[in-house]
Design a protein around this ligand. Structure first.
Ligand code: GDP
Ligand code: MN
Length: 417
């Protein structure tokens, strides 16, 4: 899911008629001061990161004067929230809250639903997971029929909203569905939806994610990669994405797990898994022997040798990695010789530059015999510490992890690392 920041989602809300507090996004304390001055009242300053629970982490704070706004922004900018660095803050007019509601839309893929589901609760402002289900009004949308204004009014009514606030709240839920549809969302959520003491309703927060497959329909959003990422994609991630963008045969998924400066410090391994669940098994195998994955890569769905090659090459481009691990912990039904060819080509280019470099390859499944031959023949004269395993060890994560560890320890000793 390609996520949007709160401020980006709120711009969309504004465009489609959902009321949001006035404000602007800034990157410096000085600009936060100016923004607060322009608003001319008490403000709320909110870290713009893809993480919930900012309120509890001290990443949503208030200021009464422009000077205080600058100080608070100074504090929040650069802080880490759930591992994400804050590079922008949203400075908004502070709302005088009378009540907090929740509304959101998800796609429920359960067999008996398979539809977008509208949700509304009069108990907002807290984690929606902690709200008992009978306090949440739900409405599964028949996408051919769409929704009618009375559907959302009924939702608000059944959740206990009084007659005075029924219309503005129903109207926002109705418009939220329009946002959801117009932007091909996977989810969109307002928590809290705020009723102010002077009787107005605003979307005080916004979480929104676009369906990966629909990202191309919304170039105006400037999403670089139509995939879920923890933070903003790094240069490495962007480069790896070009393999996918140009070639839809099989999939490659590559993401960096830590910053490159961090990578140089610890025992990080260039990690190349095959197939989602199996790839996680490989990461576990590393963690159990106190090694860490520098990246998470997965080539599956019968990718071409060229795609596998490019993934292996970019894994090797990471500075300071102490080994390369191909973790094929599955009897893959893709034709593994494409992997074998791609890996051989990459290693033949990389290993001569790194004598003694640890390489553990586990590859099995369809065309296994041929793949093993390609690997053994293609790599036999290389100056690395290369070990190749087949189906005999496919369920033996402990053994394979142990081999990586042994080779890395030897290499470290030899190189004085
Ligand atoms: P989250 O914790 O990451 O979901 O961030 P929110 O945007 O939801 O903010 C957290 C909490 O801060 C909300 O639940 C509100 O209680 C409070 N808050 C946010 N904006 C305002 C505001 O304008 N006025 C007041 N009084 N409280 C606010
Ligand atoms: Mn929130």
């Amino acid at each position: 899911m390609a996520r949007l920041y709160e401020y980006e989602g709120k711009e969309i809300f504004k465009k489609l008629g959902i009321p949001v507090p006035e404000g602007e996004v800034v990157t410096t304390a000085e600009d936060a001061r100016k923004a607060a001055e322009k608003l001319g009242k008490a403000v709320v300053i909110k870290a713009q990161v893809w993480a919930g629970g900012r309120g509890k982490s001290g990443a949503v704070r208030f200021a009464d004067t422009p000077e205080e706004a600058a100080r608070v922004a100074e504090d929040i900018l650069g802080m880490e929230v759930k591992g994400l660095e804050v590079k922008r803050v949203l400075v908004e007019e502070k709302l005088d809250i009378a009540r907090e509601f929740y509304t959101g839309i998800i796609i429920d893929s359960a067999r008996d639903v398979k539809a977008p589901v509208l949700m509304f609760s009069a108990e907002g402002g807290v984690d929606i997971e902690s709200v008992p289900e009978d306090k949440i009004a739900m409405f599964a949308v028949d996408v051919l029929r769409g929704i009618q204004p009375y559907d959302t009014l009924n939702m608000a009514l059944s959740a206990g909203v009084g007659s005075k606030n029924l219309r503005p709240i129903g109207d926002i839920i109705y418009k939220l569905y329009n946002v959801f549809k117009s932007y091909d969302c996977r989810t969109v959520e307002i928590n809290p939806l705020v009723l102010t003491t002077d009787g107005k309703v605003y979307a005080a927060d916004c979480r929104m994610a676009i369906d990966d497959a629909a990202v191309f329909r919304h170039p105006e959003l400037g999403i670089t990669i139509g995939r879920e990422f923890l933070g903003e994609p790094t240069e490495f991630d962007l480069m790896a994405w070009t393999f996918e963008e140009e070639d839809f045969r099989g999939t490659s998924y590559v993401a960096q797990m830590v910053s490159e400066s961090e990578m140089k410090k610890g025992d990080y391994i260039g990690y190349h898994g095959i197939g989602g669940g199996a790839a996680i098994l490989g990461v576990d195998a590393l963690n159990k022997v106190d090694l860490k994955a520098a990246d998470y890569a997965d080539t599956s769905g019968n990718p071409t040798a060229s795609k596998v090659y490019r993934v292996a090459k970019i894994i090797f481009a990471q500075p300071g990695i102490k080994g390369y691990f191909l973790a094929g912990f599955m009897m893959a039904n893709q034709e593994q010789w494409h992997h074998a060819h791609g890996i051989v080509k990459a290693l033949r280019e990389e290993i001569p530059k790194k004598p003694g470099f640890p390489v553990v390859l586990l590859l099995c499944g369809n065309k296994e015999k041929e793949s093993q031959e390609i690997l053994k023949e293609g790599l036999k004269d290389l100056p690395g510490r290369i070990e190749i395993y087949d189906r005999e060890h496919v369920y033996d994560a402990k053994f394979i992890g142990g081999r990586v560890k042994t080779l890395v320890d030897e290499y470290r000793k030899e190189k004085g690392l």
